[in-house]
Design a protein. Structure first.
Length: 448
């Protein structure tokens, strides 16, 4: 969407004097000020920052409280990435002229970009109220309220933005998202379709429309939108995730792993993580692969990533403990085993691993899992008198025993640590990915 530049209106009050000569001078000064401000604005639009600043400073030399000159200086500093100076000029502009909506808007943009959403929402809302026909200002105020979780206010402002400019694609996109999050799925679908009519190749809109269609039970149409997004941009990961590609590659990697083809398993896990960097199963199984190949240091990083993506992952905690144990970090290993058992006190592998660690350290072992409760005797199960003995049937003749088969040779003994690791190797199957819309725009648009 093209950025809209704000043209400053000229409304400079003239101070009348009882002396006509002084009044004439004041009008002449006002005319000069207007010309200087116009020149400053034209230089700013032409990106001649030095000239724009000189004209603004000339105005301020005779009128230090000219809000418009301070506002132009603030915009110049913003373009030069001198944000503290820009904020200072915008505040001076607001102090000089509290009705100057442009300065409030500009300061609101900076506060938004700094993550100060509460202050940004107040400033941008004030600017939006001052200029209710400006779609961009309504939209940006809505973004600020959305960041604060004030969905109703954001929704109302997005509606105003679309009403002011039906071609504002970003406003329609965010309106659809707000409707979708409010459970108004059908209305969201209509807004996404309206946005696509304006911008057919917008992959974010295709992806989110797919999510909305899926939520309304229209799976074929949903998948078609994800596939369209990938045709437009084959590397667009949200659509690939929503189609389950990350889980598909993880599952394929597991099959290669179980067959011992670790090179192919590695490639499949890596592809899954390229599609979805937060895929817990792919991280887990990549860690498992490194652990199997005797590289526990690399395994640790992947197990940690799996836990970060899915905290209640008892297998990842257990295997992370085994990797720490291999690296000699026994205190960390113990903590991970205990965390796994905290999640599932009947997790046999974690209990075995922890007790081996305790035994090696000369500490007493511990019992885990819920003991079975003793059953109370049932009255119906009281001892009954024994029935009379029946005569025994005659025994059949003995059959000759088959010749003994030779026993297979025993495998060579493994170290405790190797046995321990074998117990930990349990590939984690793919889990259903919950489809989510892509994030909203990061910040306001159209800074003048």
């Amino acid at each position: 969407m093209a950025k809209r530049n704000v043209v400053l209106s000229v409304s400079l009050s003239v101070i009348l004097s009882a002396a006509m000569g002084m009044g004439a001078n004041a009008r002449s000064h006002g005319a000069d000020t207007d010309k200087l401000l116009d020149s400053a604005e034209q230089s700013y639009q032409a990106q001649r920052w030095g000239d724009a600043a000189s004209y603004s400073q000339t105005v301020l030399s005779t009128d230090p409280k000219n809000g418009k000159a301070h506002n132009i200086l603030g915009r110049i500093y913003y373009r030069q990435n001198k944000l503290d100076l820009a904020k200072g000029e915008f505040r001076k502009a607001i102090e000089a002229d509290p009705s100057l909506g442009e300065a409030k808007y500009n300061l609101g943009v900076i506060e938004f970009e700094a993550g100060e959403y509460e202050q940004a929402s107040q400033l941008l809302d004030a600017a939006a109220r001052k200029d209710s026909s400006n779609s961009e200002k309504q939209f940006n105020a809505g973004l600020a309220y959305s960041k604060l979780g004030k969905r109703d206010k954001a929704l109302a402002l997005y509606r105003k933005a679309v009403s002011a400019d039906g071609k504002n694609v970003q406003a329609r996109y965010c309106l659809a998202r707000a409707l979708q999050e409010s459970g108004k799925t059908e209305s969201a679908i209509e807004e996404y379709k309206a946005a696509l009519a304006l911008e057919p190749n917008n992959v974010d809109v295709h992806n989110n429309l797919g999510v909305a269609l899926g939520a309304s039970g229209k799976s074929p149409e949903s998948n078609a939108e994800f596939e369209t997004a990938l045709k437009i941009n084959p590397s667009y990961s949200p659509a690939a995730k929503n189609l389950g590609y990350a889980e598909m590659h993880t599952d394929l990697g597991i099959s290669y792993f179980m067959r011992g083809d670790y090179a192919k398993a590695f490639e499949e896990y890596r592809t899954a993580l390229r599609i979805d960097p937060n895929c817990a199963d792919a991280h887990y199984n990549m860690g498992l692969l490194y652990q199997q190949q005797g590289d526990p240091a690399k395994a640790v990083g992947f197990y940690q990533a799996a836990i970060k993506a899915e905290d209640k992952n008892e297998k990842a905690h257990n295997n992370l403990g085994a990797a720490y144990s291999k690296l000699g970090k026994l205190d960390l290993a113990e903590a991970e085993y205990r965390q796994a058992l905290k999640m599932n006190e009947n997790y046999k592998e974690a209990a075995v691993n922890l007790n081996k660690l305790l035994t090696a350290a000369g500490r007493p072992t511990e019992n885990f899992g819920k003991p079975e409760k003793a059953k109370k005797p049932d009255a119906s199960q009281q001892k009954q008198p024994k029935p009379p003995k029946q005569p025994k049937a005659p025994k059949p003749p003995k059959q000759p025993k088959p010749p003994k088969q030779p026993k297979p040779p025993k495998p060579p003994k493994q170290s405790k640590n190797q046995q321990n690791l074998q117990q930990n190797f349990q590939p984690n199957g793919p889990q259903q990915y919950m489809m989510q819309p892509t994030p909203q725009q990061n910040g306001p648009v159209g800074f003048p």
